[in-house]
Design a protein around this ligand. Sequence first.
Ligand code: FES
Length: 69
Amino acid sequence: MIVCSCHAISDRALREAAAAGLSHHEVVAVTGAGTDCGCCSETVAEIVAESHGPCRADPCLGCPRRGGA
Ligand code: FES
């Protein structure tokens, strides 16, 4: 499914980039997703966060990626 219509970037491409270890910022920089009209930015962030799985960093209270202990 195309997530970013401005750059024709699919959810699969975003997931593959995130799975390769790229940060959200890096995924955006490499794919261009979210860098034009910005309509897809929230969805791009959600897909990348899902692909990275839960974060276990301690100081990020309130972060939607915060995982369990
Ligand atoms: S739809 Fe992604 S930048 Fe426009």
